[in-house]
Design a protein around this ligand. Structure first.
Ligand code: SF4
Length: 321
């Protein structure tokens, strides 16, 4: 389908009926990527394991932080086998600065599954990738396309926004996930799936911002329903998405008041300790008093990140096994 961006489908769309990008639009996106795509260190590798690590890191962390952490992590664990053999404590120390520490443990579990069930080679197909611990639909498709050049569309928040706007206009990003997934699968350039994935991610990160997208610099503007609607606005302002029955947004809680922040500070204290030394965690931590600190330590132990001293549960260390 060429430039029929307003013809949005209200429900799930099988791949062959999802709207498709015009071949010229694909070519324009890839030409833009060749000239202006982000030259990130982890894009230079062809090693599926290194690509898998970068995609897990990028799930919830800014790319600028991922670049340095990725190199450091691979120095510690250059192969799947090295990661599979590591202790949780080793992996958590190498994960420093990344946040969402459970990802590190899932990555180690993933390495063990790859060694035990896939002969040490990262699986190629999406279904097998999705069965790995902590690997969701987006990461599985990103790895399949980037590491193995499979023509599958990886849909994260940025890609949802780009493709949704291009194909569906202002309401596009809110269309059903299955519809967008089908459209994303169909949009992939089959001759360059990995570059396509990177290109759409880069457009989402650098041009197609949530507010005030830079349509004039965007390679897909000529085929974009959102940009066309925007041009039709009297002031050239961004079109307003149709209102949906959204619930009111919950009030924002300061990050330092969250359990996630508290867990991160406890793990940071344990990371800083030597080897297997026990560390006494003294409340309060920030505004979190003793009961909250105790609950967070117990939750960290249940999640396999830390061990608590049975004789003194105020003492902990990073998990050794
Ligand atoms: Fe986003 Fe504008 Fe590009 Fe469309 S033309 S994809 S709205 S930046």
């Amino acid at each position: 389908m060429a430039r029929s961006a307003h013809a949005v489908h209200p429900g799930p769309a099988p791949r062959d009926t999802a709207p498709a990008l015009a071949p010229d639009a694909r070519a324009a996106v890839l030409a833009w990527f060749d000239a202006r795509g982000r030259a990130l260190a982890f894009r230079a590798t062809r090693d599926p394991y290194a690509i898998l690590v970068s995609e897990v890191m990028a799930q919830q962390t800014q790319i600028s932080r991922v670049v340095e952490a990725w190199s450091r992590f691979l120095e510690h664990f250059p192969t799947v086998q090295a990661l599979a053999d590591a202790t949780p404590a080793d992996v958590l120390r190498a994960w420093q600065g990344m946040g969402y520490d459970r990802r590190a443990l899932n990555l180690r579990r993933t390495a063990r599954v790859i060694v035990d069930e896939h002969g040490g080679a990262v699986p190629r197909d999406v279904a097998a990738l999705e069965r790995l611990p902590g690997i969701g639909p987006y990461t599985a498709r990103a790895v399949a396309s980037i590491a193995f050049e499979q023509a599958v569309g990886a849909v994260d928040t940025n890609v949802r926004r780009v493709l949704g706007r291009v194909l569906g206009g202002p309401a596009g990003p809110g269309l059903p996930a299955a519809w967008l997934q089908a459209a994303a699968d169909r949009a992939v350039d089959p001759s360059r799936p990995g570059d396509w994935t990177h290109a759409v991610m880069d457009i989402g990160a650098t041009l197609c911002r949530p507010v005030n997208p830079r349509c004039d610099a965007c390679p897909v503007k000529a085929w974009c329903a959102f940009a066309r609607d925007r041009a039709d606005q009297p002031s050239g302002a961004a079109p307003v998405p149709p209102r949906t029955n959204q619930r009111p947004r919950p009030r924002r809680v300061a990050f330092t008041a969250t359990t996630r922040w508290l867990r991160g500070r406890i793990v940071d204290q344990l990371r800083a300790a030597d080897g297997a030394a026990w560390v006494t965690i003294d409340p309060p931590i920030g505004g979190h008093e003793a009961p909250a600190v105790r609950d967070a330590m117990q939750a960290l132990a249940r999640d396999g990140l830390v061990e608590l001293d049975v004789g003194d549960p105020a003492r902990a260390r990073l998990a050794r096994a």
